[in-house]
Design a protein around this ligand. Structure first.
Ligand code: PNS
Length: 165
């Protein structure tokens, strides 16, 4: 049984994240989606809301192969304690590479047995990010192709038509 931890902020979950989860499930028996409880970074959605949206969005594939958890502090501590085999991350473009490269090597320095597996999302999502989705939604733009419908509604409700980036 192989398990990957897919960490992120998921503020909110996008179709790009969901694409990576389903690709990850082709390589791993279990994917643990690890939502960062980020005290310092301002997030639009609370950790509970972010987890709930991932849970709703993965309901159809929630066959016991996906677990959604929140974590604080160092990712490698959670990876070690959970006994997972790898970290899963999406890689969209060259611009992601440097940050991801640094994180992957730092995580491996901190926990030498852990490798990061990168997967490329469908090209439709190669320019998609939660930050851009929040920005577009906050100005009343259409985000329906980027996030599940119910997430679009949550964004609309949260923004209330006001810029909220
Ligand atoms: O979705 P994001 O914001 O790109 O995810 C970044 C995340 C959560 C993977 C990263 O910030 C993280 O792992 N934070 C936990 C703290 C940690 O372990 N930092 C050292 C990473 S090298």
């Amino acid at each position: 049984m192989r398990t990957a931890v897919y960490p992120g902020t998921f503020d909110p979950v996008t179709n790009g994240h969901l694409d990576i989860i389903s690709r990850g499930l082709k390589l791993f028996d279990h994917v643990i989606v690890a939502v960062l409880v980020n005290r310092e970074k301002h997030t639009m959605f609370t950790v509970g809301e972010r987890m709930e949206m991932i849970s709703e969005a993965t309901r159809d594939v929630l066959t016991g192969r996906i677990k959604i958890i929140s974590f604080n502090g160092l990712l490698v501590n959670y990876v070690r304690d959970s006994g997972a085999d790898a970290i899963l991350r999406g890689l969209r473009a060259i611009s992601d590479f440097e940050y991801e490269f640094q994180m992957a090597l730092m995580n491996r320095k901190l926990l030498k047995q852990v490798d990061t597996v990168f997967m490329m999302p469908d090209e439709r999502y190669s320019y998609l990010s939660s930050k851009l989705v929040r920005e577009v939604a906050s100005f009343g733009g259409d985000v329906s192709v980027f996030v599940p419908d119910f997430v679009g509604k949550r964004l609309e409700a949260k923004c209330g038509g006001r810029p909220h980036v």
